[in-house]
Design a binder for this molecule. Structure first.
Ligand code: PHB
Length: 394
């Protein structure tokens, strides 16, 4: 009798142990971003956000272990991005694709998601239409429609009535121009001229001359954060526009924290609208900034792509929990529709219909702290902004 009980207990223990082992999966996440070249700092911020997530939450979801595999696409390059994604899916067997700093790199990968049975978590690319290209896309960053629309009200409230728009000539730039123009015109303002520059533009003097000649009181500008935004703001200051009383209004891509030391006092007082400031005052952000600064090494390098990467990892852990670590892209995406949480940037949620993030957009002013460091000081909040670009899109 006794022996039988022991034998049964042993069999039960063995089968429980065996099924626990069978359930433990290693879930691979392939992250595509610029990790070398002129935009390497932006990719480094993806990695810092992901490392900060692991440092504060660990790399386990139940019994499953998350493993991140990085692939470098240094510049916007749809063909390179697509082949990196295909290699990650076929050879590395990743269950999730994430990252995507540039819109063209995200757009190139959306057509393969369904067949690959892989969700995509966009951690930066900010053109509204990306989420409409596949039901398997979720975005934790922002859109330029979302960040540029409130700037129209800020401009109007400052008494500005005539603006020239200057943007990079690709998805997020065209969206930013349309967003600002739509909102500013509705208020009674006028966009006197629109300029779309090639993405490769790095001599901004001729543009600054056009701004002066336009007779506008302010320039609204969008360029993707990186060396070109630094060059643009410097050119604005050095070509006498600032001293001539012309205002520079932009979404926060133009004053990312890592550019502020190089811009120096010349950027003080510049107003931008954005979803995240490293200086956001909340316990969640304090914990995030501490972990992300440790991960990135040099504290002044921390910038906005890190927060969308950190939140992207949160979304991916929820997807892994819902699917038990097994590949089921639609079930994973369905599990995060409507998900709401407090991000380091403030309260956020994934819109159940669009799969894009609803978040606060903050008006910020470049300021100097007592210790001489520069930061984006939040001075007003536009609460719970969804993406106006999705309603405006044809
Ligand atoms: C984009 O390509 O979608 C993009 C890149 C950098 C930004 C914003 C948008 O700062």
């Amino acid at each position: 009798m006794r022996t039988r009980i022991i034998a049964t207990a042993l069999a039960l223990a063995l089968s429980a142990g065996a099924s626990a082992t069978a359930l433990a999966e290693t879930v691979k996440v392939g992250v595509i971003g610029p990790f070398s070249g002129p935009f390497a700092l932006q990719g480094k911020n993806f990695k810092a956000g992901i490392d900060a997530w692991f440092a504060t939450h660990g790399n386990k979801v139940g019994n499953d272990t998350i493993e991140v595999i990085y692939r470098d696409v240094p510049q916007p390059d749809p063909a390179q991005s697509k082949s990196a994604a295909q290699e990650l899916v076929v050879k590395e067997k990743v269950q999730y694709l994430a990252g995507f700093y540039f819109t063209p790199d995200a757009m190139a990968v959306t057509p393969i998601l369904k067949q690959a049975n892989v969700p995509m978590v966009v951690m930066n690319a900010a053109t509204s239409a990306i989420v409409t290209k596949s039901p398997l896309v979720v975005r934790t960053s922002f859109t330029t429609w979302q960040t540029s629309t409130p700037m129209a009200k800020v401009a109007y409230d400052q008494g500005i009535r005539k603006v020239i728009s200057v943007v990079s000539d690709y998805g997020p730039g065209v969206d930013a121009e349309n967003a600002f123009k739509t909102a500013f015109t509705a208020l009674g303002g006028q966009v006197v001229e629109t300029v779309r520059m090639p993405l490769s533009t790095n001599d901004f003097s001729p543009i600054m001359q056009r701004v002066k000649d336009s007779g506008a009181q302010a320039v609204f500008a969008f360029l993707p954060s990186g060396p070109t935004t630094l060059g643009f703001v410097k050119a604005f200051n050095e070509n006498g526009l600032k001293s001539g009383g012309i205002k520079l209004l932009a979404p926060g891509d133009l004053t990312q924290e890592s550019d502020l030391p190089a811009l120096g006092d010349a950027a003080l007082g510049m107003l931008t609208t954005f979803h995240y400031s490293v200086a956001h005052d909340s316990p969640e952000n304090k914990a995030f900034v501490e972990a992300a600064r440790k991960a990135i090494g040099n504290p002044v390098e921390l910038s906005f792509p890190a927060v969308a990467a950190y939140d992207g990892m949160y979304v991916i852990t929820k997807m892994i929990a819902a699917t038990g670590g097994k590949p089921d892209a639609q079930k994973a995406v369905d599990a995060v529709k409507g998900l709401a949480w407090v991000s380091p940037r403030g309260p956020v949620s994934i819109d159940a219909e669009s799969r894009h993030i609803t978040e606060n957009i903050y008006l910020r002013e470049v300021a100097k702290a007592a210790d001489g460091t520069y930061y984006n000081k939040e001075i007003a909040t536009f609460e719970k902004q969804d993406d106006p670009g999705l309603k405006a899109a044809p």
